[in-house]
Ligand binder design. Sequence first.
Ligand code: SF4
Ligand code: SF4
Length: 206
Amino acid sequence: MKRPKLRELKEAVTSLLKGPYTHPFPAQPTPLPAWIRGRPTYDPEGCIGCGACAEVCPVRAIEVRDEARDDGTWWRTLVLHFDNCVFCGECMRACTTQQGVALSQDYELSGFDRSTMVETVEKQLVVCELCGGRITARDHLAWIHRRLGPVAAANPTLYLATHDALGLRESAPRDGRPLDRSDIQRVLCPACRRSVTLMDEWGPVL
Ligand code: SF4
Ligand code: SF4
């Protein structure tokens, strides 16, 4: 019975001299390995608002909110609820630009109010000039335009939306008149683009 007691005494003295074996968290942050997966964060410059990250999130932790503002513009807010996140990294893997969202090393995520546990990014949306439907984020169209290069000139929505973003275009009002050829040169959703193209080829279809 004496020997174990002596061993414990030796361990106690050693611990006293060497200090604790555990990390002093939360007094000091715990050193992390490079591969640790913490809270995902958006980069407003790298994100184009396409919403692909929300599509692939296995736990639906990313919400896509499209809302109109008082000035008539539409905006998309991506809301990442990191209280639901499982840190799988799928959003980062599937990010269209590979620069929009990344898992950080921030692991201290506990809190008392879940409504504050969000990471958000906002992007202005482009709407169809005929039906008013939302097409996608303006930055998304600009990104496609850059990727396509000269081929983007084949799609009026792509180059006109880019001109709009640069303030280079003023769209003429339609005043409720029937569709005509001039409507080809408008920012249109895919359904309206099809209608205008068919009208141009085969006559009125709306
Ligand atoms: S890390 Fe995984 S769970 Fe968390 S937001 Fe991204 S896809 Fe969703
Ligand atoms: S660019 Fe990346 S982070 Fe931004 S919405 Fe698309 S997939 Fe998500």
